[in-house]
Design a protein around this ligand. Structure first.
Ligand SMILES: [Mn+2]
Length: 394
């Protein structure tokens, strides 16, 4: 600072001192006003910077009871998030009930509920939900049951795209590979510690902010099942969450959930899908015939995709007059959802759709057999049309 500037500053300081001596009240008021302003600013910043988990905890704590809703046919990600929400609600003294539409059918999902001893309430209409504020997890708009569209949730936590929002709280992160990683972050931000399964998994103390071992295990499995064991669609959040949860993970429970006994029929259908496949170039199609467990079809499709040299597959089988189709593609030339849509378009009483890599559909066999009418298709013709659609010929 030059000598001239230093003199200027000193002069200004002198003036302030003189002014303060002349009018002490004005200066005191000014100082108080400034302090009030700082306190207000501090509060605003603190509120804005409060982590979302803390905000959700507060929203839940305001209620006596909440109804937690999973998406139709809930998977481990949705189920673990419902458990996490209930735990967060319990922390604020709030009761909760857990609901789902559709079915829990896949062996992995059944093992999840059995091993973790979960009891969720199945609903078929909005009227079956209790008269309590609603929280949606792993989806952002209620669907799959009667009057689902009439519901307004207070809170939504999800990782799927969509326009659904909660009235008081919305946290939708489409870059995340799972919803469970969002909840893991909430608990970490709130300072909860996963309880060592060896210590005492079941008696974790909600007052001590302890994350029970079964919930930590459930959340980790939710992450694993939504990301194909951390190999697909992950963001750094899934790895951070896995690290945080690790201390509470019960390996024995995890093993029982991850490796359930498989229905003999599922294995049988997988075997049929492989032995009865038709191959054209890199595409495979398989008619597995009569089935009783329709869940075996997508699992057989997954299995067939693993075949060396095969990049896109469709598996179909029949149950009670309906042909169930399931397609998988890791081939950028084949948009599986559109492929199936194109093929069933001409067949009455049928529907199909899906994403680029995964699709499904149903065809009523009444309209397939016997052949003869213009729109009728037999199974051989169906296979031809599927191959043509996969190759982009129709
Ligand atoms: Mn999910």
């Amino acid at each position: 600072m030059s000598q001239w500037a230093a003199q200027g500053v000193a002069g200004a300081f002198d003036e302030v001192v003189t002014y303060a001596q002349d009018s002490p009240v004005v200066v005191a008021l000014g100082v108080v006003g400034l302090l009030v302003l700082l306190v207000v600013a501090w509060w605003v910043i603190r509120w804005l910077r409060r982590p979302p988990g803390e905000r959700l905890r507060r929203v839940l704590a305001e209620e006596d009871e909440v109804a937690i809703l999973m998406h139709p046919n809930p998977d481990p990600d949705a189920m673990s998030c419902a458990m996490a929400t209930a735990r967060l609600a319990a922390d604020g003294g709030t009761e909760s009930t857990l609901h789902y539409p559709g079915q829990i059918r896949h062996q992995e999902n059944r093992a999840f509920t059995t091993v973790l001893d979960l009891d969720f309430d199945k609903i078929e209409s909005a009227a079956e939900l209790p008269d309590a504020p609603l929280v949606l997890v792993d989806h952002n708009e209620a669907r799959g049951f009667e009057n689902a569209g009439t519901l307004d949730p207070i809170a939504v936590v999800d990782h799927h795209p969509g326009n659904g929002a909660g009235e008081l709280f919305t946290d939708v992160r489409v870059d995340h590979g799972s919803c469970a990683s969002i909840f893991a972050e909430y608990f970490e931000d709130l300072g909860w510690t996963p309880v060592d399964p060896e210590a005492d998994g079941d008696d974790s103390d909600v007052d001590k902010r302890e994350l029970p071992s079964d919930l930590a295990t459930a959340l980790l499995y939710g992450i694993q099942s939504d990301t194909k064991q951390l190999t697909k669609g992950c963001s750094p959040a899934e790895f951070t969450a896995a690290e945080f949860l690790y201390g509470g993970v019960d390996e024995e429970l995890l093993d029982r959930i991850a490796n359930p006994q498989v229905d003999a029929e599922v294995l049988d259908v997988k075997a049929r899908a492989i032995s009865q496949r038709s191959i054209k170039g890199a595409f495979a199609i398989s008619d597995v015939g009569e089935i009783s467990n329709v869940d075996a079809i997508p699992q057989a499709a997954d299995e067939l995709t693993r075949l060396e040299g095969v990049t896109a597959v469709v598996v179909f089988g029949e149950k009670e007059g309906t042909l169930h189709l399931s397609g998988r593609s890791r081939d950028d030339r084949v948009h599986m959802g559109r492929t199936l849509e194109t093929v069933v378009e001409q067949i009455p009483m049928s529907e199909a759709g899906g994403h680029a890599r995964m699709g499904g559909g149903q065809i009523s066999t009444e309209h397939m057999d016997p052949p003869g009418e213009e729109n009728d298709v037999d199974r051989e013709e169906l296979i031809n049309r599927l191959f043509a659609a996969m190759s982009g010929d129709i």
